[in-house]
Design a protein around this ligand. Sequence first.
Ligand code: ADP
Ligand code: MG
Length: 730
Amino acid sequence: MSKMSARQSAIQAITTYNPDSTGFSYRDVKPTELFGCNVFNDKVMRERLPKAVYRSLVKTIRYGETLDPAIADTVAAVMKDWAIEHGATHYTHIFYPLTGQTAEKHDTFLKPDGSGGVIAEFSGSMLIRGEADGSSFPSGGLRSTFEARGYTAWDVTSPAYLQEGPNCIVLCIPTMFLSWTGVVLDKKTPMLRSGQALNHEARRVLDLFNVHTELPVVAYAGLEQEYFLIDNNYTFAREDLLVAGRTLFGARPAKGQEFSDQYFGVIPQRVLSFMMETERYLYKLGVPVSTRHNEVAPGQYEIAPFFEQANVAVDHNHMIMAALRNVAKRHGLKCLLHEKPFNCINGSGKHLNYSVGNAELGSLFDPGDTPHANAKFLVFVCALVRAVHKYGGLLRATVASASNDHRLGANEAPPAIMSIFLGDQLTEVLAAFRSGHLEQAQSGTKKTMMDLGVDTLPNLPRDPGDRNRTSPIAFVGNRFEFRALGSSQSAADSITALNAVMADSLGFAADWLEREIKEGKSFNDALQSFITHVMEEHSAVIFNGDGYSEVWQKEAVRRGLPDLHSAPEAIPVLESPEVMDLYVRLGIMNQAEVKARAEIYLEQYCKTINTEAALTMRIARTKIFPAGLSYLNQLASAAQALRSLNREAETETLDQVNNGLVQLKKHTDELEGIVSSVAGEESFEKRAARCCQEILPAMARVRETADGLEGIIPEDLWSLPTYQEMLFNK
Ligand code: ADP
Ligand code: MG
């Protein structure tokens, strides 16, 4: 029997797919009962833990108090019993190393009892702290292999849960990851610390407004996740998708997204069936997924949960990404989380909806209904305006990666320049502070404004009105949407940065107000002078127009905003004196830890480009060149046959293919030369810059030639599945 091609397998999978094969229905189990059934959540803890232990634990989870180590043994025992009752055999500390991935090492609960049997054991110390030989994780020189031991430490604020596999159930405990000497090696620890800084500074501002809250002020995040789905069979014929997660070759399909017929279109059956199963799995894990729809590009979709406390939202986003990947396989699909799997159509992002507040206060980015609330709102908005203006480069750096570079500034995602969209009304109100014409602003836009009684403060719009999709940081009524994150990235770095820059600006606001009040100003006057100051110094970062336009690029540069096109330009911002100072001052990371991050991210950038370059050469030489050569052979023998019949042969195609092959060989060899020359660079910074400036263009030249050949070489000789097939066969 001849081997089926990827194409044939895909077609078979598509035509024989049975959407009912998953065999579950919400008629049997109500989603309300299912939700959170695999989570060691508040309900389970309240029911099972002794009252005093429960109360103590809640204090840590809800009020941020230090964990009492004395309760650890009891919590561990109860957690273990609960997990084992639910079929768990193993437990793992889940952590988030600087690779951006989720890491886990499973251990069994079982321990030899000394007389040939086993007992289940899980002590407080096993819950609180785990040992993870971290020598294989990137550490940016923070820890050499001879002192490779790292440890994981329980993050009490993110609930433990049961991960269900086809034949295993594992208790997962979210943790931080540090070196034995206490050096931060992960993405969670700085995020938690930045949250503490934010709470501290936000409370100082709230105190001045006489607003008191028992709960800590926290960051909330709602993470919209975009992804692609294609038939899994295609990936076996595409090393680029399999290894790099994106296509390195592929001619533009006859139809792309130009008809706008995909966005919010009817969800294909197989995809919907996959979504239902993914969501069911996530419900059980207490992930509050709420929205699903077709995205703009063919084969592209989105899933979004309700917003949650940022730390939990990030953990849940990692769980969402894992679930998408795993469940897709069961439906014969491949989930691509890469930022740019296909040229010529949109790539995928992850929108971070960000707000600050708590259950008592609501969102502090919500204007509110009273003059008092409105004034508070303005201070928080101004804090962010100042923060993005001062630290735009840092925010840009947190979304910098080889894969996200394909989107940012490519007219499908926000530009690489960080600016804020506030909407015309809010901008006008704030601008009025600067010009000193408060009354004018008030009467000028009266109809869209709410009533506000404080003498010096104008009315405030409730909603920004229009949604600006071209802005990287857009005000959306009660939150800001940071839209520059890449689909495959962890949101932790961006949240850490947002918390840090907000903390910095809120601290600045508190200092300002305290000082002016001390100098004898009224609270209102102090507020007004603070807002005026922010507008005078930082309004350059507010931009409500079309972020995709060339005019803005020029205007932004004129305004002095950093325009960091590529990751190698953006990542070093992490090491700038301002960012170092910010992170060190707020107790988020020390200098060595920040420096290590910059180095690791540059190294990852280089490795990604190098892998892609190696794949480009391999595919060009082993798949595309031979296909071209076969066709050339066919053409040559056809020409010869015709000539032997004294007929004139068509040789233009032959020349075209031959030229294509000559070019392909030349460009591939050139690419190889450049790759080895770049490998000789000492520093990652230099290497990364050359990856961007030399290797990527050289890869593009190989691709251009190959894509040209795809348009003339017969389909049966072309082994790479085409864009048309991958994107439209569902
Ligand atoms: P859109 O696509 O229009 O931006 P979605 O409904 O897809 O809207 O996503 C909006 C996201 O913002 C959801 O995750 C939602 O829970 C979240 N969100 C809503 N309010 C807040 C808030 N105050 N803070 C943070 N996130 C929020
Ligand atoms: Mg959105």
